[in-house]
Design a protein around this ligand. Sequence first.
Ligand code: UDP
Ligand code: LCN
Length: 804
Amino acid sequence: MASAAAIKGSESIADNMPDARRQSRYHMKRCFAKYVEKGRRIIKLHHLMSEMETVIDDKAERTQVLEGVLGYILCSTQEAVVIPPHVVFSIRPNPGYWEFVKVSSEDLSIEGITVRDFLKYKETLYDENWSNDENALEVDFRAIDFSTPHLTLSSSIGNGINYVTKFTTSKLAGKLENAQPLVDYLLSLNHQGEQLILNETLNTASKLQAALIVTDVHLSALPKDTPFQNFELRFKEWGFEKGWGDTAERTKETMGILAEVLQAPDPLIMDRFFSRLPTIFNVVIFSPHGYFGQADVLGLPDTGGQVVYILDQVKALEEELLVRIKQQGLTVKPQILVVTRLIPEARGTKCNQELEPINGTKYSNILRVPFRTEKGILRRWDATAKILDLMEGKPDLIIGNYTDGNLVASLMANKLGITQATIAHALEKTKYEDSDINWKALDPKYHFSCQFLADTISMNATDFVIASTYQEIAGSKDRPGQYESHTAFTFPGLCRVVSGINVFDPKFNIAAPGADQSVYFPYAEKQKRLTSFHPAIEELLFSKEDDNEHIGFLVDRKKPIIFSMARLDIVKNITGLVEWYGKNKRLRNLVNLVVVGGFFDPSKSKDREEIAEIKKMHTLIEKYELRGQIRWIAAQTDRNRNGELYRCIADTRGAFVQPALYEAFGLTVIEAMNCGLPTFATNQGGPAEIIVDGISGFHIDPNNGDEASNKIADFFEKSKTDAAYWDRFSKAGLQRIYECYTWKIYANKVLNMGSTYTFWRQLNKEQKQAKQRYIQMFFNLQYRNLVKDVPIPSDEPEQPVVPK
Ligand code: UDP
Ligand code: LCN
């Protein structure tokens, strides 16, 4: 394929198209004739390529064409719209960068066009009248983004906080008066009405600067461990309130950092200062979907890693908040409230309980909001009032999760005037091809119009976005990111979003989660091992008889085990792994296979996908005669036992395999790596970033099973002759985790974001307000009407289930 160098300098692709014509006019004409031959349509990249291959059948000629600019263009194309005699391309040369060109199949003339025109061409295929309507509703969030600085390099996407700190620094630099917004911000800090950091005595940057010199002299004379209370009164008179530190030493340090900021701000010192400010105490986290509970919920509808993520996140945030609050010299109790749905028919879980303390925390709770009572569906329920009541004041940060949670978070954050973050590890839009343009057909089942607009609203409303990986935001060289897919899209007949979200906005941040290290710790830490589980795990892995928890058995228990665990969804591809294993004799000779997922009786499932996967598992076990080499274990809910299970697999010198067709992040991957289990994981999605291929584990291509199973077999062959090989990957996986994937790193990053973006929104108040007004209008005039058409299942109370 052509390199970027084939495109001259920094010119756009459109600028280079004339060269393409000169380079291969004959072939281009034939290609374009082929593209327009079938009339109006949308063509995806793989079809563009395959149709080109049918036209240029000589391999050498094809290679020549592909090495030229035409090849480069086709490689960067996401899709093309054919409206004979034209073909209109949407081209993505780099993550986040899009261009649109129109090529005539007749004379190969080329024209760069706008995103608006591109969307209009697309719409023509679905609703020509609407597409031509001058007054069709256009949504353009960029039009009101007049002052926010944006990034320009694809490689900087996801590093928002660093750039916000840089932009802030340059705003405050120059002369001392430029630091006044920072002083005003410090003056606004308080906890439930009690003033923190500064009082009105120090209301200008020059007064503050002078006072900091005095305090430095004073603090230098005190023993380092002098408690803040000992000098609190004097400091108050000078204009300093509490929140600087618990001791003279810490207070001196924090004040010194601020003095440096005032003298000559630089991003590093600025970042240190914001990480010490007492800005966040109370956090509300919305996670409405699924069964949000602490036990017996994993595997229930819509309930997977998201629940694990939030519970671990809360523990990590509370722990970090407690450390920070102590260091700030405060005695405030932080509160974290996870707001979710109350489910009256809770299937034996605690999801019908309104308030539930979160295990492993001191002050955090789950608050469940009723959506339905015995009298029917609730149209309104004032969650804000309940939250304010429980917290005895406003939260300092609201974090939304997924479409519903993020929309609610946006509304509440706006209403209360507080900082907001959004999280969505798997956005729906990229999951279905043409899900926007084809919305009318899909809406009755999926309500995508509501969903994508809600997602776009909250992406714009939020102060910062927490993503787990880069690919979540901006994808990879070839595949657009989940957020990026909201850059521009259209719902013919409803609205055309010419600018939905800009992934170069510095609000995007990557903060990857970790795994609870008290549960998932290395197999080699013998003294910590949960040996009480060993008899049960021994039974689970090696007993000979089938029962309702496991089927299949392992004849040769001396072999290492390759292990996988996931919900039994198609996308998790557990059946794919079973098939790869079944087909690969070499692998079968080397290792046994153990998979955890779903259950065995398809008649017990209500989920179409799951039923199909269960049946497929049975078929594959028969087809490849796997009994004796495979153990299929039903879904497991005890995470402590699961932790020990990963470690027992490591004891066999086995490996974890995550074969998903696509995985947003992949918590099981980091759980396994935390246990010191060498890991093979899909190269489609988050795991491709978690693992450095060939160093801290291995990537496998879920679409190339032979290659994947051979890669696993190679590993076990080498490990058989060289035990150090297995150890190397076990250790390197752990090292990768400790460097990048711990909840401690996560909590630190997120709290720093909370602090930095709270100032940033203050600094850009006018811009924020303008955008908020636009969002509010769009929400009220468009979104709310749209939602009215989404049917509510029934207003009747649910009938009690009568046993037959
Ligand atoms: N899990 C479990 N029992 C199972 C399957 C999965 O406890 O039978 C846990 C697994 O350990 C992990 C989470 O559920 O903590 C799955 O998270 P992941 O990110 O891998 O996938 P998701 O289910 O969120 O798509
Ligand atoms: C949702 C997913 O699909 C997984 O890939 C993630 O690991 C999980 O949430 C937790 O973030």
